[in-house]
Design a protein around this ligand. Sequence first.
Ligand code: SAM
Ligand code: SF4
Length: 329
Amino acid sequence: MNKIDYLRLSLIDKCNFRCQYCMPEEAQLKYILHQDLLTNEEIITLLKKVFIPLGFTKFRLTGGEPLLRPGLEDLVRDIANLPETEDLGMTTNGFLLTKMAQSLYNAGLRRINISLDSLNPQTFDWIIGNGNPSRWQQTWQGILTAYEVGFDPLKLNVVIIPGVNDGEILDLAALTIERNWHIRFIEFMPIGNGELFTEKAWIPSEEIRQQIRSKWGLVTSNVTGNGPADVFQIPDAKGTLGFISQMSECFCDRCNRVRLSADGWLRPCLLNEEGQIDLKTALRQGVDGEILKTQVQKLLELKPEINFKQRDAGTDTGFYSRTMSQIGG
Ligand code: SAM
Ligand code: SF4
């Protein structure tokens, strides 16, 4: 059985973007009320009393948009300072990074993944929803600032959507030639926006690799991460190219993670609602840490049975109406 030692913590379900594939503007989303968000103190209590004793050492802060979370730097500092923390990362859209990258670095954050689906400001603005003035430049500046501040590795997440940004695969891959950046191509998933998914469909990682291979060649990289990405490199490039292929290749068997939503639900699988535990309510009702730990341990034992493969077999549409921003992507 896989060692499950990686917790993705959603800090907030709100976002300053409305990406077409994640939370399209017309979607009516019911946001978590402020009083229902886990507080920083509750998060630290859960880490200390439940997750760390069960062997968790890798934590990723996500959302929604984690940079919108009040008190973020304090939380980063508290998690980074836990002696058991081996790895602390964040996934962000980068828009607010120009002003926050340095303070996050000072608080102890070292790994950052920034979503950037296009190098073309117009395409970018279409993807993230209508914004005036364009938000590409500020996002790009956020990426450059994170790089200058010293985030290493600096990873850029790209979701390729046919007919939208698939013409930019080579330009995005080329960013890794001169810079030690890691571009990760994520297959578009049927979650969040069913209409867009049905209309545009998705491109398998192997097709993306084939385009890159034909232009420069592609070799397997010996840099690996904590996650499900298969990592390659353009020969002699400084950075790497990762491929997250949850559509074309099921990686449930090597899944090492669970997710905690911003309102405290522990979820064993991204695409399967089964088995969730409401840790916030239990904590607020004063349930003892030992009891919570036992409940979570049981869930971890069941996790291999609660997966995407199994959920997929049971679904009639294959589409998931909850968004990544609600679950904590
Ligand atoms: N707001 C942050 C961001 O965009 O990086 C963190 C949360 S976001 C939900 C995390 C990741 O989920 C992003 O890289 C985003 O591209 C990805 N994502 C959201 N919806 C997706 C979908 N339908 N298919 C594939 N990836 C998706
Ligand atoms: Fe916001 Fe990230 Fe979802 Fe885009 S992908 S809407 S940035 S949470």
